[in-house]
Design a protein around this ligand. Structure first.
Ligand SMILES: [Zn+2]
Length: 129
């Protein structure tokens, strides 16, 4: 009982959790790999054994990625004259391929940061259910 209370009383720094997650590392120790495949979270950390399966990000990282890409890249793109001067047959494929690449690069990092944020705030599957 006392060990459970003392474990939950230990503060988990939010910035540290997000930073470790952005680097695809276990938010608990910063050593083990967070993902086994592209977006597949390892069930347990190989370095410290922390249960990583308890953090379910669901659609949060995808939503955040779309929000960031939409506001920071797509919106400002329309202020560049080449978007309006070039043929749409050139702009559309180049923009779509580039944006797809950006989204695919950002999504695992944002998911890692999201899981780090969940780790820091102890947002587990049990609390959500
Ligand atoms: Zn770990």
């Amino acid at each position: 009982m006392t060990s459970q209370i003392s474990e939950t009383a230990v503060r988990r720094p939010i910035g540290l959790g997000i930073k470790r997650g952005l680097r695809h590392r276990c938010p608990n120790c910063g050593e083990g790999q967070l993902f086994g495949r592209y977006l597949k979270v390892e069930p347990n950390c190989a370095a410290c054994g922390h249960d990583l399966s308890q953090y379910r990000a669901d659609d949060g990282p995808a939503y955040l990625t779309i929000l960031l890409v939409g506001h920071l890249i797509i919106g400002p793109l329309f202020f560049f004259p080449f978007m309006w001067e070039l043929s749409p047959w050139i702009v559309a494929p180049v923009a779509l391929i580039s944006l797809t690449a950006v989204v695919l690069l950002l999504l695992p990092r944002i998911k890692g940061g999201f899981l780090g944020l969940m780790w820091a705030n102890r947002i587990t599957e049990e609390q959500i259910a």
